[in-house]
Design a protein around this ligand. Structure first.
Ligand SMILES: [Zn+2]
Ligand SMILES: [Zn+2]
Ligand SMILES: [Zn+2]
Length: 319
């Protein structure tokens, strides 16, 4: 290909941005520069550690901090088409969300709430998605305890599907599903005054768990302080139970689902946090293969009631 042709094709096909996949009816986002992002650096070169006096500069120009939020240097979304942020839970390199001090976990709920509110107020943002990928099994590139926030300029397919569940059930789907889980009881693994954790009736992953506010709250912004504290408590109890289950750090994707902040679904939804752990046993991973990828149907070799029984025991033991 000549230089001239190359230049022209780059102009007509920019290297970043989104394309609509017609066959699936969904957006695909291209963030090509992410290929160069830092991949599992040794602890002494961790970009999420504080910048020590005399040491090499990191992403955080302070010698110590509690919780830090900054724009992702390798963003999937950038203003004026959304945002991508990193949320660092602690300045300590070792540890995890589950081992944070209770006060820090509670403070994190307020940071999430603040970011949801601020990003959600932007005209270019329709959906604020707070999440954490934990473990190399789900593609983690930095071990320092942290999560991320993507602010999408459109409503992504999963929250959109949840809104159609509201329509199908004739009301708030998480409210109705929570009621069913509490009535049945076999899959509930933890509960406190404000929050219930259960393995859902039709879990796709062996140890999938949903952490749901008892009261109908569309987002963190609507929560009372006691509810935020109870949410932090439930999340930590769950992940410590996960770690105890097979006595190993338990990989997962943690997904915080809240109301869309712009466009079609504003104000719909019910705050809940979903966990998708890829482990089926201590050593076996669930791979998304033929049926899951090509047909979109999960085939599971464990029953939610049985997983819930072991997870409930692990949570009680982990304390
Ligand atoms: Zn670090
Ligand atoms: Zn609800
Ligand atoms: Zn959800």
């Amino acid at each position: 290909m000549s230089d001239r042709t190359e230049r022209r094709s780059l102009r007509s096909h920019p290297r970043t941005g989104q394309r609509f996949n017609e066959l699936r009816g969904e957006e695909v986002v291209y963030a090509v520069d992410r290929q160069e992002r830092t991949f599992l650096p040794p602890a002494e070169h961790c970009p999420l550690c504080p910048t020590r006096p005399g040491g090499e500069p990191t992403e955080i120009a302070a010698p110590a901090f509690e919780i830090a939020v900054f724009e992702n240097r390798f963003p999937a979304f950038e203003a004026p088409h959304g945002a991508a942020e990193v949320v660092v839970y602690t300045d300590a390199h070792e540890g995890s969300f589950g081992t944070l001090a209770q006060e820090r976990a509670r403070a994190l709920m307020w940071v999430w709430r603040h970011r949801y509110e601020e990003l959600g107020a932007r005209p270019d943002v329709e959906y604020v998605y707070i999440f954490e990928n934990r473990g190399v099994e789900v593609g983690v590139t930095l071990h320092h305890p942290h999560g991320q926030i993507y602010a999408y300029p459109f409503l992504p397919p999963v929250p959109k599907l949840e809104l159609t569940a509201d329509a199908r059930l004739g009301g708030c789907a998480p409210c109705e599903l929570l009621k069913r889980e509490l009535d049945d009881g076999r899959r509930v693994v933890y509960e406190n005054k404000e929050v219930v954790v259960y393995v859902p009736w039709a879990a796709r992953w062996a140890y999938e768990a949903h952490v749901v506010l008892r009261a109908h709250r569309t987002s963190l912004v609507e929560c009372e302080a006691a509810e935020l504290n109870a949410l932090a408590e439930a999340l930590q109890r769950l992940v410590r139970g996960y770690d105890g289950l097979f006595e190993r750090p338990f990989p997962y994707v943690m997904a915080v689902h809240q109301a869309p902040t712009g466009g079609e679904g504003v104000g719909g939804g019910h705050l809940h946090v979903e966990f998708y752990p890829p482990l089926r046993t201590a050593a076996k991973l669930k791979y998304l293969a033929g049926s899951e990828q090509g047909a979109g149907t999960f085939i599971s070799d464990t029953l939610p009631e049985e997983s819930a029984a072991s997870l409930r025991a692990a949570i009680a033991d982990a304390r």
